[in-house]
Design a protein around this ligand. Structure first.
Ligand code: IVH
Length: 714
């Protein structure tokens, strides 16, 4: 349930955003208006509404539906038709009203709105400007002769509050423009995910309650004066207009400029806009193109380092905007296409402590199930004990949970003002929850003192997995059997201790399955070093890091000889990770010796060892290794594989595809960025393909890729 027992609720649980709630009576209508007024007041005052955005939107729509069905019964407090739900005012008048936006929740609603706009102006809209709807607070920044002199909040749209004290704390809003212009820049102030984490850390260190989410944090921070600490925020411009004193020439130019041209000018002035992000504003000409761009931005949402709650679509040309005009609450030439809510409030019921295969003890939040963006969320990641302390979480807290796309849900923060006093401290384990041994709390991530021996089943099953030694017939339940029978107490036992008779003595193991498993164990000896390394489950390394290490050093001997400095020559290994890897390798020394003696491969085919460092500056970060197969058809290329593979590549797992990329001289990567050279997109490729298209990165189908790297396919 998203609304909470602390709130008298007119909003039923679990409603899809587009579903209106029907208010059955005048009493229910009055209660809903009261609830909306309280929520809006708290939201705009200090960002502490008890309703999440989705619940508030549904409430406001129910109120509007009731009013449409009962003309003449409107209560004066009703949020309908008011900027900020009528919740706020201020004492600095805006030269031009700062309006809100009408919303659409579906393609149909947008299409109908576009058609009505075109009827109103009696011609097709010449072009549309499509940009992200940033989830922060509207602000007007007044520049006089190029100097930032005043910051004003939106307030009730007619007048806002002076928050000039925040000048200097907002990135993207320079103290001085590149030109001595007198203009007002309008836009959104928000906190990026990183700024939010930092803000809550600093705030709780100073004894304050954490903010529930980045938007609340920005709202609270913007209005706070005289704090002992400052926390940065970020500005994104979406409007540029004249002020008294602008000068006729520039004023006329601004008034006649298309929205896209205004945004370009803002960038020239040195102001941050969405142009600096993965989701820049774009200009398109048809409604279908608008909807395609809406989908593209929606697909990128989960990866953005800041929150967006929709997409804003504007008629781009000044002439079209002027012909459409403005209502009292919103312009008629712009609309917000709302995206589904990705943040909900729910309750933290428990914290579980799970021990992973390397002995890491990881906390996980158990939540009252909540529907977010089309799926039910019951668990969320909490990273490590320090993370719990930093967020100031308590059991029984209402928490803001974030989930978008296929990312793992995370708890953002407690909703501190909903605390009842019944919340309890979260108990950290005193002993390993898996085996009862002591816990090494020396690092941020706690670890069982027995390390990978603690959870032997998990570490052996991992080593046998498809992307490691790929031992067919050695699934989880078979590993449990072997460990429980005392036949395996470390990975090498599989190769140098386990006998045919041992296996035949197990339940459900006939001659055939025994011989098959022995053959699979034998085949595992031919796996390349990268996979042996991965099978060892070294902390801080996974499949791709193991490949990079193996390709860099070429032999296990050289890997083991490397000190932390040499380890840092491998791309992606920094000063923190290198000593952990070196220590892990030392800890695993006996096991590695046994695996080598049992005949497992300790070399990486195709890799050449690094030349010994002779120059004193050979440790320069710019000298970090590239895979040594720098020849090959993909030499120097960064390649991302996405979607289902077909043709000759059909049987390859994602890991095997990445191995193939690297054998052919390329570098495999999991995410598309402007540095990506090539994206192999199979059927069902989603947001990565979209992003590649947006960034203009070369896309190839699986068959085309297979032809390119043919000789490297095994
Ligand atoms: S244009 C007259 N563009 O959304 C047009 N607004 O729900 C006014 N917002 O009040 C706004 N991103 O605070 C515009 N790219 C964007 C926006 C944006 C976020 C906010 C803005 C506005 C609110 C309406």
């Amino acid at each position: 349930m998203t609304t909470t027992s602390a709130v008298p609720s007119a909003v039923p649980a679990g409603q899809a955003p587009a579903e209106a709630i029907a208010l059955p009576s005048a009493t229910a209508y009055a209660e809903a208006v009261g609830q909306a007024v309280r929520a809006a007041a708290a939201y705009y005052d200090n960002g502490s509404s008890a309703l999440d955005d989705d619940a508030y939107d549904r409430l406001v729509r129910a109120i509007a539906a009731y009013e449409a069905a009962h003309p003449g019964e409107n209560l004066p407090d009703s949020p309908s038709g008011k900027v900020a739900g009528g919740a706020v005012e201020g004492d600095v008048p805006h030269t031009v009203p700062m309006l809100s936006l009408d919303n659409a929740f579906s393609d149909e609603e947008f299409t109908a709105w576009a058609a009505s706009l075109e009827r109103r102006i009696a011609r097709p809209v010449a072009s549309w400007n499509v940009q992200p709807k940033l989830d922060g607070l509207a602000i007007a920044a007044r520049y006089r002769q190029g100097r930032l002199t005043q910051l004003v909040t939106r307030g009730d749209g007619t007048a806002g509050e002076d928050v000039s004290h925040a000048i200097g704390t907002i990135e993207g809003l320079p103290a001085e423009l590149t030109e001595p212009a007198t203009v007002e820049v309008r836009g959104e102030v928000l906190m990026t995910t990183a700024q939010f984490e930092y803000a809550n850390e600093v705030r709780t260190q100073h004894g304050g309650d954490p903010f529930a989410n980045p938007r609340n944090a920005a709202a609270g921070t913007l209005r706070a004066k005289d704090r002992a600490y400052t926390v940065p925020m970020t500005f994104f411009g979406y409007g540029l207009l004249p002020l008294p004193g602008t000068g006729d020439g520039l004023a006329a130019e601004l008034a006649d400029s298309a929205h896209g041209a205004l945004m370009d000018r803002a960038v020239r002035y040195g102001v941050n806009t969405p142009a600096s992000t993965q989701v820049p504003g774009t200009v398109v000409s048809t409604v279908d193109e608008v909807l395609a761009r809406v989908r593209e931005i929606g697909a990128l949402r989960a990866q953005l380092p800041f929150g967006i709650d929709g997409i804003v679509i504007k008629a781009d040309l000044a002439a079209d905007q002027q012909a459409a005009g403005e209502g009292s609450r919103a312009p008629r030439w712009a609309l917000a296409f709302k995206l589904p809510a990705v943040e909900k409030i729910t309750k933290l019921i428990d914290v579980e402590w799970n021990v992973g295969r390397t002995g890491i003890i990881a906390p996980r939040a158990v939540l009252e199930p909540v529907d977010i963006d089309g799926s039910t969320v019951t668990y969320a990641t909490l990273h490590n004990p320090a993370d719990i302390t930093r967020r100031g979480l308590r059991l029984g807290d209402h928490v803001m949970v974030y989930k978008a796309g296929d990312i793992i849900p995370r708890v953002e923060a407690p909703v501190a003002h909903l605390r009842t006093g019944e919340e309890r401290e979260i108990a950290f384990p005193a002993a390993c929850p898996q085996c009862g041994s002591g816990i090494d709390t020396g690092e941020q991530r706690w670890r069982c003192e027995r390390g990978r021996n603690c959870h032997l089943v998990a570490s052996v099953a991992y080593a046998a997995g498809r992307d490691q030694l790929d031992i067919e017939g050695l699934g989880h339940s078979r590993v449990v059997q072997l460990v429980e029978a005392g036949l395996v107490s470390a990975l090498p036992d599989l190769f140098d201790r386990l006998t045919r008779d041992d296996l035949l003595g197990l339940e459900r193991m006939g001659e055939t399955s025994t011989d098959n498993l022995l053959a699979a164990l034998d085949a595992a000896k031919r796996q390349p070093l990268s996979r042996v390394l991965c099978a060892l489950g070294i902390r801080g390394t996974g499949r791709s890091m193991s490949r990079r290490i193996a390709r860099h050093f070429a032999t296990m001997e050289l890997i083991r000889a490397a000190d932390a400095e040499a380890m840092q020559q491998v791309e992606g290994i920094g000063g923190e990770k290198a000593p952990v890897i070196v220590a892990e390798l030392a800890e695993l020394g006996d096991q590695i010796d046994r695996l080598a003696a049992a005949g497992l491969s300790m070399t990486e085919p195709g890799a050449t060892p690094p030349a010994p460092a002779t120059e004193p500056d050979a440790t320069d970060a710019s000298e970090k290794s590239q895979p040594s197969a720098a020849s090959g058809p993909l030499a120097g290329m960064k390649v991302v594989v996405t979607g289902a593979m077909t043709g000759p590549l059909e049987k390859l797992s994602r890991n095997e595809m990445n191995e193939l990329v690297e054998r052919a001289g390329g570098k495999a990567s999991g995410s598309v960025s402007k540095n990506t050279s090539l994206v192999v997109a199979g059927e069902g490729a989603g947001s990565k393909r979209t992003k590649a298209e947006t960034l203009g990165i070369r896309l190839v189908a699986p068959d085309e890729f297979a032809a390119l790297v043919g000789e490297f396919i095994r």
